[in-house]
Design a protein around this ligand. Structure first.
Ligand SMILES: [Zn+2]
Length: 145
């Protein structure tokens, strides 16, 4: 039985924790959500399975192929309610740091390109990132654990 294109795309491109909901390859957009059904509260450390609501967050991610623009990953993130402390928190998905708008592997790609390209402005142009994003990928990415 042939494998569906969306399954191939999900298996080859998505991080393990993510499930593909919808793909629009012509626009390099992938809609996805995490597969986890629970998370640990960052305030008290208790496990929560009580989903409070969802938020949609857009991330830049590595291109789907050569000569392609960066992928826009539209991630439907769960927010959980913690009964012991009464707080609401967002799930964390590995590969995506809080308050960042690029995946870690996309930042690694930018670092790799900056190290090899002689013209850093061309890196910004080819990967459609501003100078600030390039700066963050180069300087702060290497300080992350
Ligand atoms: Zn809590």
């Amino acid at each position: 039985m042939p494998t569906a294109p969306s399954t191939i795309l999900a298996n080859t491109h998505l991080l393990k924790e993510l499930k593909l909901i919808r793909a629009i390859p012509s626009n390099s957009q992938l809609y996805c959500e995490s597969v986890s059904s629970c998370a640990f509260c960052p305030h008290c450390g208790e496990e929560s399975r009580s989903i409070y609501d969802h938020r949609t967050v857009r991330y830049k991610d590595i291109p789907l192929g050569p000569e392609r623009p960066p992928t826009t990953l539209i991630l439907r993130k769960k927010r959980f309610f913690c009964r012991p402390c009464g707080k609401v928190f967002s799930e964390t998905v590995s590969g995506f740091l809080p308050r960042q708008r690029s995946s870690e592997r996309f930042k690694s790609l930018i670092r790799w390109a900056c190290e090899r390209f002689s013209n850093l402005s061309q890196v910004s142009k080819d990967y459609k990132v501003c100078n600030s994003s390039r700066f963050h990928a180069l300087n702060f990415g290497s300080l992350m654990p």
